[in-house]
Ligand binder design. Structure first.
Ligand SMILES: Nc1nc(=O)c2c([nH]1)NC[C@@H]1CN(c3ccc(C(=O)N[C@@H](CCC(=O)O)C(=O)O)cc3)C=[N+]21
Length: 290
């Protein structure tokens, strides 16, 4: 059994991003900028936003967070997003999810300029992903692909079982695997007999948020396990969806949680923001020339 060490790989990626930021600064004087929109007081959301901000600082990005009260109106958030779309210091916009129930999340995600959509949640970028065109890909599934690549795990022709069909994890994960020529199954809350599907899988990618959803009797020998779930136990310990202790004994590769997919998500946010900044810098240079 080998661990898929997301923490180690994320450090390597951060170093690369940081080097490229220095180069971008010296060649065009531009600093990549990320804006985060945070609504309400959820401590978990605040903690994630803080982690993102710290990561931005480490690699030399400009970052700004717009923190708004739980009771804020739809219109006020929309105004903020339009302002960020028009702010040339901002290359990437991230709306921290989930938003309060009175807010129309889809409408806000559609308002973000697709060129600044570093989360890859705008339907424009979703469409580009599904048709295998270049665009912004959601950070968590993108990080998973990077992690598999780092350990030379080729998904081509492999049976991949994606558990969870969310717009931010399961669906884009399945699209990326399909684009890489895997055979893909998507299981979800209405799947009858989950075990039947997971037992057949060479690679299981699980992002649901249910502790111990995947147990050792549900996986075949030498399976590759990617645990994307995030939950907290009663004791406050951070855990994934997989019974790590027992499933790891049957696995060829497995992500720890924490220390697996989580740090890769942040690394891909940095990488997507750098990508946006480079495109914007190039467009600016071209506008100046003409
Ligand atoms: N618009 C939007 N984009 C997101 O990308 C987004 C979001 N909303 N809402 C919440 C989820 C969750 N998420 C995580 C990021 C990093 C870790 C991470 O780094 N976790 C560490 C542990 C961190 C700790 O100790 O608390 C690890 O797994 O090792 C986890 C989860 C991004 N999300």
């Amino acid at each position: 059994m080998q661990l898929l060490d997301g923490r180690a790989l994320s450090k390597k990626i951060e170093q690369k991003v940081s080097d490229e930021v220095k180069e971008l600064k010296s060649t065009c004087g531009c600093t990549p900028g990320l804006a985060v929109v945070l609504v309400g007081q959820d401590p978990a959301s605040a903690a994630y936003v803080n982690m993102k901000k710290k990561a931005c600082d480490r690699v030399g990005f400009y970052s700004i967070s717009h923190e708004m009260p739980e009771t804020i109106s739809q219109e006020a958030i929309e105004k903020t997003i339009i302002g960020l779309n028009n702010d040339s210091n901002v290359d990437g916009i991230l709306i921290q999810l989930p938003l309060p129930p009175h807010i129309d999340t889809t409408k806000l995600l559609e308002l973000v300029d697709p060129a600044k959509d570093v989360d890859g949640f705008h339907p424009y970028n979703v469409g580009r992903l599904v048709t295998n065109l270049d665009g912004f890909v959601p950070c968590t599934p993108l990080g998973v692909m990077e992690l598999l690549h780092e350990y030379d795990i080729d998904v081509k022709g492999k049976n991949c079982c994606v558990v969870g069909a969310s717009n931010i994890v399961g669906k884009p994960m399945a699209a990326l695997l399909l684009n890489a020529d895997a055979t893909v199954e998507i299981c979800h809350i209405f799947t009858d007999d989950l075990k039947k599907h997971t037992l057949n899988a060479d690679i299981i990618l699980c992002g649901v948020g249910v502790i111990n959803l995947i147990t050792e009797d549900m996986v075949k020998d030498d399976v590759v396990i990617v645990d994307i779930g995030v939950s907290r136990t009663k004791e406050g310990k951070l855990v994934g969806d997989v019974d790590f202790e027992n499933v790891s004994k049957k696995s060829s590769y497995i992500t720890p949680s924490p220390g697996g997919v989580g740090p890769m998500t942040i690394a891909m946010l940095l990488s997507n923001t750098l990508k946006a900044a480079k495109i914007n810098a190039k467009n600016m240079a071209e506008t100046k020339e003409s």
